[in-house]
Design a protein around this ligand. Structure first.
Ligand code: NAD
Length: 492
């Protein structure tokens, strides 16, 4: 096995919700597939006092759904250790150093260390700084990699401060900023679809593409996350990170090779060419919303934990304009929100119609040529579809539009790695392709900050959309002003 699969994980927030629901099952799958060598150990950390056995019992429960063979599961959890740790207590880092060295020896990890900070964001920088100042990083030639959960700041300034803190101990190529959308099958496939198919890449520009639409819709409301969500909103929670990351893979130019540094350089160029809006530009090009109640469900302001006067956005839509030769005249429309018609993550790429519809004047022609639309389904289905114009089977020449569909089979879906499994795999291999680099995060905040600032200073007219709809009517008008319409209308 490659050395990259040897590692000691130190997981800060080891009994947290994310760790138990997503991280341990992902690691277990890697272990079962042999991508994680037996030379690994995981040290779980939080303030809780637990024995190793109690911690292992939690891991067993966490991986239960992935467990077919009890013996393999037992073997896996034997690599887990617990240490009660307060991230502000320097003595505790001295303990980490000692335990780290012991586990390195015991498991022959080659000194490779992955520090995963799965805690509230206010702790990200503190942990990174203390790891460095207390010399917890391995010093014997193994790698040291820092994994940071979302959110990465709440505006450019706070993100920059956090990044400076991380940089005190880690270089950019050692920092892995998690965006779990980048672990999703369809998103990872975008570069291959584009740069692996001359058929598509040849027309991937403003000459042929009319507009690009990205929808990340959730049917759920705020659930039990009001404490966090009411301080974030759809713009910060979904647009600044996941949506703009997807935009960057769709909009980037072709890198020289498919290595993370080259890809990141092109993604940054694309993000930095997005037009930054003035206050008036924000009003013209962005729409926010908050969901209303219905007979059976409260409105957002009456959800548990939400202040009754909250002006938080549970929906955000906007138009991106690129100042570059590839996209000059082609708008990218983005939207994301809660309590929408469906859970639906997708990209719809609308191509231009032929300049002249010669069939319109043909004998017996009733239809009109439609746009070609390439749809990339991200969630919950994984699939691709391209609508094309052809003739129907009736007598005479009548045009019709048919879809060329690829939908992932259940069988294949069952083989697809979990997003966090892919991301762990890449972290172990030092591959930053599907992680957000600092210049990308910075460019995304530069774009989003002016929108948030206008929203923070102007009183919205909330609530403004029905639960189970696709958002406020203003989001439809945004496209209608350009002579466009959302391709996906929801199934309700
Ligand atoms: P959580 O509150 O469930 O867990 C946080 C952990 O930190 C707990 O183990 C807690 O004991 C520990 N902790 C708190 N204060 C501490 C201190 N002073 N010293 C040591 N340990 C301390 O949080 P979570 O939901 O697991 O989220 C973790 C991170 O993952 C957050 O950044 C969150 O934004 C991100 N995230 C979570 C989810 C999710 O589904 N839960 C999804 C995406 C991103």
């Amino acid at each position: 096995m490659a050395d990259g699969t040897r590692a000691l994980f130190m997981l800060f927030g080891g009994t947290g919700d994310l760790a138990l629901r997503k991280l341990y099952p992902a690691l277990f799958n890697l272990y079962k597939k042999g991508s994680l060598s037996k030379h690994f150990a995981l040290l779980g950390l939080s303030r809780k006092e637990l024995s190793d056995e109690e911690f292992r019992a939690k891991i067993m429960t966490s991986i239960a759904d992935e467990t077919a063979d009890q013996q393999v599961a037992t073997e896996f959890v034997s690599h887990f250790y617990w240490k009660s740790h307060d991230v502000n207590n320097m003595d505790h880092y001295q303990d980490l150093k000692k335990i780290g060295n012991q586990l390195d020896d015991q498991y022959q990890t080659g000194g490779n260390r992955v520090f995963y900070v799965s805690m509230a964001p206010r702790f990200f920088g503190i942990v990174a700084q203390n790891l460095q100042s207390q010399h917890v990083l391995s010093e014997n030639g193994g790698f040291n990699r820092l994994v940071i959960e979302k959110p990465f700041g709440r505006d450019y300034q706070s993100a920059k401060e956090l990044n400076d803190q991380l940089n005190s101990g880690f270089q950019e190529n050692q920092i892995f900023r998690i965006d779990h959308y980048l672990g999703k099958e369809t998103v990872e496939a975008i570069p291959v679809l584009r740069f692996g198919n001359p058929l598509l890449e040849a027309v991937w520009n403003q000459n042929y593409i009319k507009d690009v639409q990205i929808t990340l819709a959730e049917s759920l409301g705020v659930e039990d996350r009001a404490g966090y969500y009411d301080t974030a909103g759809a713009l910060r929670d979904m647009i600044q990170n996941h949506t703009l990351q997807i935009v960057s893979y769709l909009a980037m130019d072709q890198p020289n090779s498919f290595v993370d540094t080259a890809i990141r350089a092109e993604k940054v160029k694309a993000l930095e060419s997005m037009e930054i809006y003035t206050d008036q530009g924000v009003k013209d090009n962005f729409v926010r919303g908050q969901y209303a109640g219905d007979e059976d469900h409260p409105d957002y302001r009456h959800e548990s934990g939400v202040p009754v006067d909250s002006n938080n956005d549970t929906f955000a839509a906007g138009k991106i304009v690129f100042n570059n030769p590839r996209w000059g005249k082609t708008p990218f429309y983005i939207r994301s929100g809660k309590k929408l018609a469906d859970k639906q993550g997708r990209v719809d790429i609308e191509f231009k119609k032929p300049l002249v519809d010669i069939f319109a004047k043909g004998t017996g022609t009733t239809g009109e040529l439609q746009k070609n639309v390439l749809t990339l389904e991200i969630d919950p289905r994984v699939g691709l579809s391209l609508t094309i114009n052809t003739k129907d089977s009736k007598q005479g020449l009548h045009t019709e539009t048919v879809p060329l569909d690829y939908l992932q089979s259940d069988n294949r879906a069952a083989q697809v790695p979990l997003p966090y499994e892919r991301l762990f795999h890449d972290i172990l291999n030092g591959d930053g392709t599907y992680f957000a680099s600092w210049p990308e995060v910075a460019a995304a905040w530069h774009f989003v900050d002016p929108v948030q600032q206008v929203w923070d200073t102007q009183q919205p007219d909330f609530p403004n959309y029905q639960q189970g709809s696709m958002g406020p009517t203003a989001a439809d008008e945004l496209l209608a002003r350009d002579g466009n319409a959302w391709f996906y209308r929801g199934t309700k």
